[in-house]
Design a protein around this ligand. Sequence first.
Ligand code: ADP
Ligand code: MG
Length: 240
Amino acid sequence: MAHIELKEVSRYYGERPAVMNLTLSIARGERLVLFGPSGCGKTTVLRLIAGLIPPDSGEIWIDGRLASRNEKILMKPHERNASMVFQDLALWPHMTVRENLQFALRFRKIPPGERENRIRETLRTMGMEEYADVKPSHLSGGQQQRVAIARALITRPRILLLDEPFSSLDLETAYRIRSEILKLQKELKFTLIHVTHDRDEALHMADRVAFMRNGKVVKMSGVEEAGAYFEELKKRVQGD
Ligand code: ADP
Ligand code: MG
């Protein structure tokens, strides 16, 4: 059974379609990259899968359950076991790192002692243990990004949605964090949907690449085929 299925999903903002009649099936533990130009609907797809917005039409199935249908959200984000790291980070600025993580756990039934253990463990995984009592404004961009990822991981999601997570980082930090995420994914085997418009990052992270344009997936490729397709695109643009 697919982990996540979109069936003829459309989503509009006013008259304007952001996602158009999208059908997509994602296997459990798969790493899918959504690749495409700005405005093609990548963030909207993540928000639909997370259950943050309903589709206007179509169905979303998660774990074999109907999660969204037409204009209704039938499974809440935490019922979907999905966490999203947003494009603009969006750490809560008035809270320390620990409080940010505590807040992410607010709807979970976890005993207080276990809660602290889990926070410590998750921060250790992202190499941020010593920053628990610091506020985000005192952290570098790379450190904030680690906290944002830690906050997404603390609920132990089965679906991790990453929206251009490295776009604000220097190359070296981006490389380091993406390797860490890949390692974690291989260990914990959550389903990863990763949005990027960096081809090198796409090829590094993906099992499959969904090429998007104007709210549609125009091509779905395994990672090797995607590499060849990128070359072809480059030649086409350069005109040689
Ligand atoms: P991407 O992440 O690929 O850049 P988005 O999913 O953010 O694309 O946006 C897809 C389209 O929907 C774009 O045309 C964008 O302008 C529009 N859009 C996205 N969010 C909103 C919103 N909250 N209100 C109005 N239009 C939106
Ligand atoms: Mg976006």
